[in-house]
Every structure is written in structure tokens, then in C-alpha cells.
Design a protein around this ligand. Structure first.
Ligand code: FRU
Length: 489
């Protein structure tokens, strides 16, 4: 479907209730609707926004275009949660209803100020010639739970030396000051990030660019996030325009991190290489926040721009990832699913046994929504094949090569393959032998945690209705495995 500009910039309030209801009916009939992931009730979801734990509640917002599976006029949609696994629908939080955000309430973050929940975001506006104007805006939560925008942007102008690609503030509080980091594009069309500071969240002054070794690293950095984790500074961002290299950076846009030592006064960041956060096909624009126990939690958008997905024609696209806990252990960034996901477990099944070159189905595991833990207790196989969500016609395969320690996710037979995606495989080389896989399967997605948080591979899949089986086999040699599986509800 080709949407005209006019259609993409139609407001939700400009279509009739019947028309919206019809769209909703269409979406509800989709066989790919997720069960334990946040997904748009209609239309397109992209970045997670405003993630925060505030006065006993988690708040999760997301970028939303209500009217179809395209990047049109963006709103902020709002959920609250007590445990990050069950969500309460709070409806629209921010609409594009001022001159500063007339063409989209773009991404941003949440923070507490003066005892109230505040949101800072980028207002996207276009003039008659379709020139972009970015304004940085603040909204504050009212007694009744709604959000009221400040009358004027808190940052009206883009600093000199940069284009209007200036967005996605992440706010934090430190040394009695508020700081905000933004993704921005230099006039020479390279990406970077700038830091502003404020005493009162109304007046912001530019400090400068963050000083990294990545001077020529893509044409734009989106959705920056800067924080300390186990004594190390971590900077997460989503650069655009990075070329693939040795099985890395194969998606259209990247998201990853640098870590090391950051100085808030000089903005100098001494860091190691940029590392991708996820090795799968569908992951972008992640953001982090602290949970009630001060764990650093990350949620990403399980999707990417400029790709056609199987659900597009059903009037919806994308979802958020499950929340992951971040830690740094022995100098490595680890990502594990949050513990509260255990609340969704039912029907435990376990099995143990050998798999060899004949495909085995160790147990009558069947399902679409499950958590499957595979412990590899002995491995004499050259290559191990794990086939997930298998039917007669479909299978998503994980291939582990014992010698090279390469783990490959193969989507060739997964079902309807997303269009405009390079290759049907994603490969990552593990730091250690493969010991464990922990797979979260929802109706149309897989999130695969490897070796207790060493790697994550996230992907959407659109298999047929019967893709509920699981099989293991090897190229040659045998492997001894232990399976633990729970249905998730
Ligand atoms: C990232 C992004 C952000 C922007 C938002 C608009 O996916 O492009 O930079 O604020 O999406 O929806």
C-alpha cells in the first residue's frame, strides 16, 4: 500500500469512529498478534519512550502512528505496569496538537522534577516546503494523569553547525543538575550527540558534543542513552549509515553501545569499540531506566524502519521487546530477561537426552507462546541444529558450529519473510562454547538469550498456524541436552 503524504499526516481525530473501528476489527483478526509483548492496538509502533519507575508504577510509552503500518504522524501511547509483565492501557499521552509538534511528537524520556512526572521529547514540524524544524519540548503530568505541554519549547533552536536532525532527549539528574543528551547531525552530515544542562528544566544551555573516537561514524545518531552501570559508563545509541563488517552491522540501522570512562565536565568519553546490542534481525532504538531495585532495564523496538512486514496489510506493525536487565560482569555487558517474566509461566515440561544426526523431537513440545531453556551438557557434534516453531512448511533454525563457535539464526524457511532485508541469516561468534539457549517465543517473535546473557538475537517471524514444534539434530556426532519449557500466559 502506498500512502500519500496527506494520508500519513492525517490525525486520529480526523477520521470517523466507524473507520477507526473497522481498522481495529481488521487488526484483531490478525493471526500474528502477540500475547506478552506491547504492540500497537492499530497502526505502527516504533521507539519505546519515557521509560520510568515513578511512585510505585512503571510507565512505558511508545511512538505511535494510529492509522496504518507506515511512519506517519506520531503520537505517544502510554502503558503503566506494576511488574513490567502485565500492562494497563492508559491511551494516548501526547498528540501532535501544537505548532511545534504538528508533524510528530517524536521520541524522548521521562524524569521526576518538583515531585511530578515530566516528559521531554522532540517536536517535529514541517513548513510548506516540507523543511524540518525540531523543537525540544516538555510536558508535565497533571493530577488527573494527563500530560500538559509547556507553552513553548524549552529549546527552540538547533545549535549552530548542525542540521535539523536534532532529537530524542534522554534526561538524567546528577550533581544537582539536569542533563539531556540528544542525537544530532553535524552540517557535514556525520552523526553525533550533544549534551545540554539545566537547573530548572525550563532553561537549557548547550555544553558541547560528546567527545568520542567515533568522529565519522554514520550520518545520524538516534535515541542516545548515557548511564553508569556497575561503575562503568555506558553510552547506547542508534547510528544510521554504518556499513556491514564481519557479520556485524547487517541490519539497515544499528543499535549498540560504547563503554568506558565518561567525564561529565569535559564530555570526554574514553571507550572501547562500538558493540551491537542484539544479533537478530529486528531490534532498534532501545532505551533504559532503573527499576524499583535500581537494576538497569532495557527495552527496544522489535522492528526497523524501511522494511515491509507481513502484518502491514493487516493494518499494524511491530512490538516492543521484553525488558532485559543489564549488568557488566568481567568487563562484558550482559543482558538477561527480567525475573518477573517468570510470573507468566505455566505447564512446566522437562526432558533430557541425546540428539544426533536424525532429527529428534525429544518431547511433545508444542506451542507458540513459550519459554524454552536448553542446556547443552555434553557436545561432541560438529554442528547442532535447533529448529524452532516448526510445521511441515516452516522452521526457524539456530545453527551452532562447535569449532568456530559461530551461532547462526536462519530465517529462510520461517514463513513470510520481511522485505528489503539483507540476507536470511544473522551470525555471531560466541566468546565461549555454547552452553545455554533461552528462547522466548511469542506468536510472531523469538528472543534468544545465549549463554546466560552473553548474546541476544531478536527476530520477528511470520510462520503458518501449525508452526508449533521443536526439533534438534546434528550434522554428525551427538549432543546431550536438557530441556525445560514453560508455556507463557
Ligand atoms: C527512531 C526515530 C527517532 C525519532 C522517532 C520518530 O526510530 O527515528 O529518531 O524521534 O523515531 O518516530
Amino acid at each position: 500500500v502506498n500512502w500519500t503524504r496527506e494520508e500519513r499526516y492525517t490525525k486520529l481525530s480526523d477520521i470517523s469512529e466507524e473507520a477507526y473501528h473497522e481498522l481495529q476489527e481488521k487488526v484483531n483478526q490478525s493471526k500474528w498478534r502477540q500475547t506478552f509483548h506491547i504492540q500497537p492496538k492499530t497502526g505502527l509502533l516504533n521507539d519505546p519512550n519515557g521509560l520510568v519507575y515513578y511512585k510505585g508504577n512503571y510507565h512505558i510509552f511508545h511512538q505511535w502512528f494510529p492509522l496504518g503500518a507506515v511512519h506517519g504522524l506520531k503520537y505517544w501511547y502510554h502503558y503503566t505496569s506494576k511488574d513490567l509483565t502485565h500492562f494497563k492501557d492508559e491511551g494516548i499521552a501526547l498528540s501532535p496538537d501544537t505548532e511545534f509538534d504538528s508533524h510528530g511528537v517524536y521520541s524522548g524520556s521521562a524524569f521526576e522534577y518538583d515531585g511530578k512526572l515530566h516528559l521531554m521529547y522532540t517536536g517535529n514540524a514541517r513548513d510548506d516546503e516540507w523543511n524540518r524544524k525540531s523543537s525540544q519540548m516538555v510536558a508535565v503530568q497533571q493530577e488527573d494523569g494527563t500530560f500538559k505541554k509547556f507553552e513553548n519549547p524549552v529549546i527552540h533552536d538547533t545549535p549552530n553547525g548542525y542540521t535539523e536532525h536534532f532529537r530524542d532527549p534522554k534526561v538524567w539528574h546528577e550533581n544537582d543538575k539536569y542533563y539531556a543528551i540528544f542525537g544530532i547531525q553535524r552540517d557535514n552530515e556525520t552523526g553525533t550527540a550533544v549534551v545540554y544542562e539545566s537547573d530548572n528544566i525550563k532553561e537549557w544551555t548547550l555544553k558541547s558534543e560528546i567527545q568520542t573516537d567515533l568522529q565519522n561514524f554514520g550520518y545520524m545518531w538516534e535515541c542516545p542513552d548515557l548511564f553508569k552501570l556497575n561503575g562503568t559508563d555506558v553510552f547506547i545509541f542508534s547510528p544510521q549509515g554504518i556499513e556491514p563488517e564481519n557479520n556485524q552491522f547487517e541490519n539497515i540501522y544499528q543499535s549498540g553501545y560504547i563503554m568506558g570512562d565518561f567525564n561529565i565536565d569535559t564530555l570526554k568519553f574514553n571507550h572501547k569499540n562500538f558493540v551491537e546490542l542484539d544479533q537478530g534481525f529486528d531490534f532498534y532504538a532501545p532505551q533504559t531506566f532503573l527499576d524499583e531495585n535500581d537494576n538497569r532495564i532495557l527495552i527496544g523496538w522489535m522492528g526497523l524502519p524501511e522494511i515491509d512486514y507481513a502484518t502491514d496489510e493487516e493494518g499494524w506493525a511491530h512490538c516492543l521487546t521484553i525488558p532485559r536487565v543489564l549488568t557488566i560482569e568481567n568487563g562484558k555487558l550482559m543482558q538477561r530477561p527480567i525475573k518477573a517474566l517468570e510470573n507468566l509461566r505455566t505447564n512446566k515440561e522437562t526432558a533430557e537426552g541425546y540428539a544426533n544426526k536424525h532429527s529428534v523431537k525429544l518431547h511433545p513440545y508444542e506451542g507458540k507462546q513459550f519459554e524454552l531453556m536448553i542446556d547443552i551438557l555434553e557436545n561432541e557434534a560438529t554442528e547442532i541444529y535447533f529448529d524452532v516453531r516448526v510445521s511441515k512448511k516452516c522452521s526457524t533454525q539456530l545453527i551452532y558450529n562447535t569449532k568456530t563457535k559461530q551461532l547462526t539464526l536462519e530465517r529462510f524457511e520461517s514463513g513470510i519473510v520481511s522485505e528489503a532485508v539483507d540476507k536470511t541469516t544473522r551470525t555471531t561468534t560466541l566468546d565461549q562454547d555454547l552452553k545455554q539457549l533461552r528462547i522466548y517465543s511469542d506468536t510472531s517473535s523469538l528472543e534468544i538469550f545465549v549463554n546466560d546473557g552473553e548474546r541476544v538475537l531478536t527476530t520477528r517471524i511470520f510462520p503458518d498456524e501449525n508452526a508449533v514444534n521443536f526439533r534438534t539434530s546434528t550434522e554428525s556426532g551427538q549432543v546431550y541436552l536438557k530441556f525445560t519449557k514453560y508455556d507463557l500466559q
